[in-house]
Design a protein around this ligand. Sequence first.
Ligand SMILES: [Fe+2]
Ligand SMILES: [Fe+2]
Length: 203
Amino acid sequence: MIHAEFISFISQFLPQSRIDHSLRVAHSARDLAKHYGLDQDHAEIAGILHDVAKMLSPDKCREKNLPTRPETNQVWDQFALVWHQYAGADIVAGAFPSLSDTILAAIRWHTTGTADMAPLTQIVFLADYIEPQRPFETRPLIEKLAYSNLDQATYALARLSLAELINRQIPIFPESIQCHNFYLSKIAKKDAKVIVHLLHPYL
Ligand SMILES: [Fe+2]
Ligand SMILES: [Fe+2]
């Protein structure tokens, strides 16, 4: 791991367990980027930084003078678990103005996904789920799909996430639905059918 400045940046905001998770996501994202011939450093940096706002809140950001956009406070009020993706992208943009928009977008959509993501954004969305210490029963299945087809894997993860939110009676953030709909229409119908068949025991 070569990006010491980013690791020391997240260390100000995250406990060790979450730093470890971020490093595993960075590693998984780098491996996927290598597999698809994408920029491995961008993938790794986005992975390291993706959860920087996980333990923060709008109040804490104000206290610490961290630049988050006030309109994201509405997200906090209704969808507290989603807020950290927006706040994270804002904080990283403020701290590292030279980082590419690709990295910021990967941070901004890592929780919900969205429609029409760049491949690097899809990679970080997937890496957050398939890093090796995630305990999910469906982790190996999503990992296998992630290495065979990014759009199919993104659809599968979006479908799985929607089912989980519905089953746990957690309100669904609109971007999660956008993500599901976009990738459902992007992949072939027969592939979507196979995926739902594979996921069926977990839906
Ligand atoms: Fe996150
Ligand atoms: Fe994460």
